[in-house]
Write a protein that binds this ligand. Structure first.
Ligand code: ITT
Ligand code: MG
Length: 202
């Protein structure tokens, strides 16, 4: 059974393909094109479900989607669901990161806590739906370090780490990331719900 992975973010797509290695995935490039649906939800969970439902409606395939972002303590959880367009331009990683850094420029090291959050959603053609939400706590430093990852990774140091997310190897990030945790949990649901038991002997 093929599952649609509904994301338009190329770097996120690479992470998800790595994490969901045992699942037969097709991407948006493999199905007839459809317009991005507005992410009008007020929570990560709602937005992940909006994207997953849209995939099912457009393709008839079981669909997984991710909604994720950075929640900064002193910004009361923002940029949150607005992380991808915080600077006003969707997907402007450099601009989004620079704006957050400028906003908290005067905040002391002791108060620079933040967390990445990911909601992973699975929607099936029969109407059943699941969501899993996981976080990655850490803190924000004052200048970018590292080339890996994407988005706010160069200014985020996860709890227990000294390197930024962008200085971790892909495997190191996946092992502790919000997305890694959420999609490993969702993969268990996918296996339980969508794996054909009769295929086990073959
Ligand atoms: O909606 P899709 O098509 O999946 O792609 P998107 O980039 O718009 O994705 P989101 O709406 O979920 O917004 C996620 C944003 O949150 C930030 N973000 C999420 N996960 C991240 C991670 O692992 N590392 C760094 N930044 C991350 C980054 O700015 C992303 O653009
Ligand atoms: Mg988006």
């Amino acid at each position: 059974m093929k599952i649609l992975l509904a994301t338009r973010n190329k770097k996120k797509l690479v992470e998800l393909q790595r994490i969901l290695i045992d699942v037969a995935l097709v991407g948006l490039a493999d199905v007839p094109a459809y317009e991005e649906v507005p992410e009008s939800g007020l929570t990560f969970e709602e937005n992940a479900l909006i994207k997953a439902r849209e995939g099912v409606a457009r393709t008839g395939l079981p669909t997984v989607a991710d909604d994720s972002g950075l929640a900064v303590d002193v910004l009361n959880g923002m940029p949150g669901v607005f992380s991808a367009r915080w600077s006003g331009v969707h997907g402007d990683d450099a601009g989004n990161l620079a704006l957050v850094l400028a906003q908290i420029g005067d905040v002391p090291d002791s108060a620079r806590g933040a967390a990445f959050v990911c909601s992973a959603a699975l929607a099936l053609p029969d109407g059943r739906e699941w969501t899993v939400t996981r976080g990655m706590p850490g803190r924000l430093i004052r200048a970018s370090r590292g080339e890996n990852g994407f988005g706010y990774d160069p200014i985020f140091v996860a709890e227990g780490q000294t390197r930024t997310n962008a200085e971790l190897t892909p495997d190191e990030k996946d092992a502790i990331s919000h997305r890694g945790k959420a999609f490993r949990a969702l993969a268990e649901i996918i296996t339980a719900e969508l794996t054909d038991p009769s295929a086990a002997d073959t």
